[in-house]
Write a protein that binds this ligand. Structure first.
Ligand SMILES: C[S@@+](CC[C@H](N)C(=O)[O-])C[C@H]1O[C@@H](n2cnc3c(N)ncnc32)[C@H](O)[C@@H]1O
Length: 473
């Protein structure tokens, strides 16, 4: 698309979206409710952590895998109190370059220090993240938050794979998926459990993709060692595509550019796309191009209403708590931009990156342009409410909620004062103080409630006289 067309499109969008900015206002008025409702559910003391659990390998694969290479758990605990210098430059300098991919990593650091695009800063950040073992990760202050987010992804993926499977008349139909912004392949086990046939994994972070390939190879190896572990199904085939989703046409890099995909999944990443309209267009083109009519585009991303609402409430130019911080909000909160609304998001010890506001009505409009019809948008809280009964066993298996009060020998990850008031209240109302529930600490919930899930369905197109596709949405 030419720059002039982009300018025109952007000005039309700006005009159309001006009215939609009231969404931000509404979110602000709902803020107290959103911030203090950290998902307690009743559990029995006995069952928590004692029932069927994933094997270590299984849980390992289900845990979101982002931890800065140099950062220790002690660091991540103390970050909330004593904020370090958190610029990307500093975290690059601090990063341990001694483990895998040393040459590539050194080259990357050099490249980024010359001063490059935000996308490259993000790529470098994710390239430098080291995968920690299960034991190390289980000590993290945000272990339940991460497990909870994995539970959300598992439930979302399962929901849409089921719809896809139900819509096909065949028994055991082939299902082809594109995991866009797959990172190290944290969702590979979900694709395996979902019994898909082919997976395309794409990401801007080359070394994360290497880890993803290695993880896949270990699955294949494990399968050939122990066929029982995978049931009678073969593991899906996989290909990997490297590139910036906002610049590269992924289709041209697919082994089969004519592939018809059933599902595109983009988890915790679309908030990197709204730097500019051309970039967002390119991301959407990558999502939609190979998705067949009836197929779905699903994902999780930051809810920019939450960012704006909390920023407006904040008396400083940042907000957060002892597990996360949003800062350097590089725009006027009274008039947030549709594109390029940059801020820095840090989940202490795990993520520290620039992100961009994704104004949802604009996101939805762009989807329409690419033949994608919004079918669902839910805040994490609403998603949890809808899915908690169906996913109760998985919540336990994945350790997605923390037991309150803690089971014997365990200590709470948060502060027993403020962080669990909601759980105490919940138990008081349920059982008169005696009992046990699963929850997230308030600080973790304040981070988790920044996110939403979305799902689009690709619609059939007709053709305009000039040969462009036309969607009736
Ligand atoms: C928070 S991680 C999520 C990884 C994975 N989807 C998950 O849920 O565990 C975000 C991922 O988005 C990728 N990413 C960010 N900007 C990108 C871009 N412009 N093009 C492609 N990938 C990008 C990062 O490299 C990173 O792997």
């Amino acid at each position: 698309m030419s720059e002039n067309t982009d300018d025109l499109e952007q000005s039309v969008m700006l005009a159309a979206a001006a009215a939609d900015l009231r969404e931000y206002e509404e979110a602000e008025s709902r803020l107290p409710e959103l911030k203090h409702d950290p998902v307690p559910v009743e559990t029995s003391r006995k069952s928590y952590y004692t029932e069927t659990r994933f094997s270590d390998q299984e849980r390992d694969n289900n845990v979101c895998t982002v931890t800065n290479r140099k950062e220790t758990n002690a660091d991540s605990h103390s970050r909330g109190q004593a904020r370090q210098s958190t610029s990307n430059k500093r975290s690059r300098e601090d990063s341990d370059d001694s483990d895998s991919h040393p040459h590539k990593k050194a080259a990357l650091i050099k490249e980024v220090s010359i001063g490059t695009s935000h996308a490259e800063v993000v790529a470098t950040h994710y390239n430098l993240i080291e995968e920690k073992g299960l034991q190390e990760r289980s000590k993290s202050r945000v272990i339940h938050l991460r497990n909870f987010h994995n539970w959300i992804k598992s439930m979302l993926i399962n929901e849409y794979l089921t719809k896809i499977r139900d819509s096909k008349k065949q028994h055991n139909p082939p299902i082809r998926v594109h995991d866009m912004c797959c990172g190290k392949g944290g969702d590979l086990s979900k694709w395996r459990i979902g019994n898909i046939s082919h997976l395309i994994c794409s990401d801007i972070a080359e070394m994360a993709l290497e880890d993803c390939k290695n993880r896949y190879a270990s699955y294949v190896k494990q399968r050939s060692r122990n066929d029982r572990g995978w049931g009678s199904n073969n593991i899906f085939s996989m290909e990997v595509v490297h590139g910036d989703g906002g610049k590269v046409r992924y289709r041209e890099k697919f082994k089969d550019p004519s592939i018809k995909l059933d599902l595109v999944s983009c988890q915790f990443a679309f908030h990197y796309s709204f730097e500019s309209l051309p970039q967002a267009n390119c991301w959407f083109k990558n999502v939609s191009e190979c998705l067949q009519a009836g197929g779905y585009f699903i994902g999780t991303m930051v809810d920019s209403n939450e960012i704006i609402a909390r920023y407006r409430k904040s008396e400083t130019d940042s907000f957060g708590n002892n597990v996360f911080e949003v800062r350097e909000l590089n725009f006027d909160a009274a008039k947030p931009p549709l594109f390029g609304g940059k801020y820095n998001f840090e989940l202490f010890g795990i993520i520290n990156c620039p992100e961009f506001l994704v104004h949802f009505p604009t996101f939805e409009k762009l989807g329409k342009k690419y033949g994608l019809k919004l079918v669902k948008k839910e805040k994490f809280w609403n998603f949890f409410e809808r899915m908690k009964d169906e996913g109760k066993q998985l919540l336990t298996n994945m350790g997605a909620l923390e037991s309150y009060p803690p089971t014997e020998g365990k200590t709470l990850v948060g502060n027993d004062g403020d962080d669990y008031t909601h759980a105490k209240e919940f138990l008081k109302n349920q059982n008169g103080d005696d009992g046990c529930c699963g929850t997230l600490s308030k600080s973790e919930w304040e981070a988790s409630s920044l996110y939403l899930t979305f799902a689009f369905q690709k619609v059939k197109n007709t053709w305009n006289a000039d040969g462009t596709p036309c969607y009736d949405i």
